[in-house]
Ligand binder design. Sequence first.
Ligand code: SF4
Length: 392
Amino acid sequence: MADVTSTWTEPSNTPLSLLLLGKGTDPASERGVDCPGDLPAPSDPDLVARATAAKAALGDRVFVLGHHYQRDEVIQFADVTGDSFKLAQQAAARPDAEFIVFCGVHFMAESADILTKPDQKVILPDLAAGCSMADMAVLGQVETAWEHFQDLGITDQIVPVTYMNSSADIKGFVGRNKGVVCTSSNAKRALDWSFEQGSKVFFLPDQHLGRNTAVLEMGFDLDDCVLYDPHKPHGGLTGEQLTDARMILWRGHCSVHGRFTLDSVREVRERVPGVNVLVHPECRHDVVKAADYVGSTEYIIKALDAAPSGSAWAVGTELNLVRRLALAHPDKQIMFLDRTVCYCSTMNRIDLPHLVWALEELVAGRVPNVITVDEKTAHEARVALDQMLALP
Ligand code: SF4
């Protein structure tokens, strides 16, 4: 067997690879805000000791959740790691924790708030940690689309489905219109259920997950899918196109997974003979079609855990996770699918200074950056989340 130890090679950065740390706003996110108070300097050599001490002082009062895409410096303080749905479930399973510190992005903290008790506080260490995909579906735009579908007389046939990666407002819209939330693990089951309730699905906000599931897992044609662009009148579609479509896909995508291309797949296959290409279903349709395996973050982790020693894998998902998996499996050749793809810049906003700041504020008796979903929205979103949990 070839010696494949230490095969991890850091992809070269793109100009977008990292935002400046510390205070500031992300002009690309509608949620960009400054953190109140003073953040520790990123260069402070005591950051790890300070986070350890603050967490110990809080004890069982605090529960720290870490998404798989978080930085190593943050993930080391997570009580549990997982994808967005697993983390929301974990938050709900800790009713005695006064504070849930969510190291992830805004929509995940909203879901945790929806699923936890009213007296628990969910804290996002940097309020500018939004998700560009979730930001691509704004409630007013979605309601405008729905009104147009009502004018066409097709809403009775449509079941709205939203990916977990959406705001609480959008989950609420889906709940009050008898739809369902899905994750990248259960998207097919959610669509199977939806097509038992109606003849069309309005899929939000990730066009790629919707298209990949419908075409590659359910046997739909690409022609059964239309793309609704919220920036064009009537989505840029004719009434006939909307009436004929089985899948109405919202024009949203993940800015990280959307960067992998067919050329990335071709290039790695030429460079590494016998490589297995493993991608997330948020990748573009042609990339997923050209891959050997496709699945959620949890699927990717399990696939690499189970992979034989000496096998080679090119992985198309967020870089922090791929790097950790490569370092955890030095007997396997695990590489990033693209040579130059960047991190999720909004996930990366949660850095150690923000985590230390949030924990030390809690120790001092102040509760910073609380994420709260209003009761009506939370109730409607819970309907759509419960429908997901009840999927056969
Ligand atoms: S990886 Fe994509 S979907 Fe996930 S938080 Fe970042 S932008 Fe959003």
